[in-house]
Design a protein around this ligand. Structure first.
Ligand SMILES: NC(=O)c1ccc[n+]([C@@H]2O[C@H](COP(=O)([O-])OP(=O)(O)OC[C@H]3O[C@@H](n4cnc5c(N)ncnc54)[C@H](OP(=O)(O)O)[C@@H]3O)[C@@H](O)[C@H]2O)c1
Length: 276
């Protein structure tokens, strides 16, 4: 199975579907990443905060593919934000991953009250110039946070990883971020299987198209030009979650899934959420 790519504003190509590794750790994480790579995933999403970078790095070495065929994303944890500590944060991640560079480095949360995300991003720009990071990105950033880092460095992030799913479709936020040529990547796209995959609107479309509810939801995101990093510990579900390119949702299907938006704010509000 071959997963299409999107070109980032850094010039690098990124697969539109990646494998999310939270909450796996240790050998289970290594085996799950190996299975995902075996199913065709080339983008692996990890984070310093997930405590599984060593396990992901082991899979990257064991899978037998050349490094340049894989796209590894990791994230700067809150505790490492700041001048000097951002460099140490990335160096620690590279050491645990056993890699010379990461394809994409994200600031995990902006934590605006801490006031260090802009200087962290500026230090990431230095690390990019040194070749340790290919593309600069952010996660859970609102447009005002993106504006701040872009003004600070003159480098617009390539990507913003945001919580987006049918219950939280966030159309205005997604449009604002995409308008500036920044790729949106959805985390928890399947809402951790808490009900949306079995909603009658979703299962009706799934039955008609002969796919699963998860495939409907992921395809709905892709057709909004939102890239995705679903997680599954199960090799069969991993494979199905990446098999999204042999069917299409109609405009009516797109509207039916969009109708599932609860309108409720996300629990982890990027304006206030802190995670160290
Ligand atoms: N940037 C951030 O702040 C942030 C925050 C959270 C997550 N993330 C990233 O985003 C990734 C994905 O998010 P997530 O793990 O929170 O949630 P998710 O991908 O929405 O859901 C994962 C859950 O859904 C189940 N699942 C997966 N495929 C399924 C299918 N086809 N049918 C039924 N159930 C299915 C999985 O169970 P099984 O394992 O049993 O299949 C797992 O419990 C994470 O792994 C992480 O890499 C980033």
């Amino acid at each position: 199975m071959s997963i299409p790519t999107v070109k980032l504003n850094s010039g690098y190509d990124m697969p539109v579907v990646g494998y999310g590794t939270w909450p796996l750790k240790g050998r289970r994480a290594t085996d799950a990443v190996l299975a995902a790579i075996g199913s065709g995933y080339r983008l692996i999403d990890t984070a310093a905060a997930y405590d599984n970078e060593e396990a992901v790095g082991a899979a990257v070495r064991e899978c037998g593919l050349p490094r340049e065929e894989l796209f590894v994303t990791t994230k700067l944890r809150g505790a490492d934000q700041g001048l000097g500590s951002t460099r140490r944060g990335l160096e620690g991640s590279l050491e645990r991953l056993g890699l010379d560079y990461v394809d994409l480095y994200l600031i995990h949360w902006p934590m605006p009250a801490v006031g260090r995300f802009a200087e962290s991003y500026a230090e990431m720009a230095d690390l990019q110039r040194e070749g340790l990071i290919r593309s600069l990105g952010v996660s859970n950033f609102l447009p005002e946070h993106i504006e701040t880092v872009t003004t600070e460095t003159g480098i617009r992030p390539a990507l913003d990883q945001l919580q987006v799913s049918p219950s939280h479709s966030r159309p205005e936020l997604v449009a604002d971020v995409q308008r500036d040529g920044i790729v949106v990547q959805a985390w928890s796209p399947l809402e951790r299987n808490t009900g949306v995959l079995d909603h009658p609107f979703v299962t009706a479309i799934a039955q008609r198209l002969g796919v699963t509810g998860a495939q409907v939801v992921l395809r709905w995101l892709l057709q909004r030009d939102i890239t995705v990093v679903p997680h599954s510990g199960d090799p069969g579900r991993q494979r199905a979650n990446a098999d999204l390119f042999g069917f299409e949702l109609t405009a009516q299907d797109m509207a039916a899934v969009a109708d599932l938006d609860t309108g409720a704010p996300v629990k982890q509000d990027p304006a206030t959420w802190e995670e160290f």
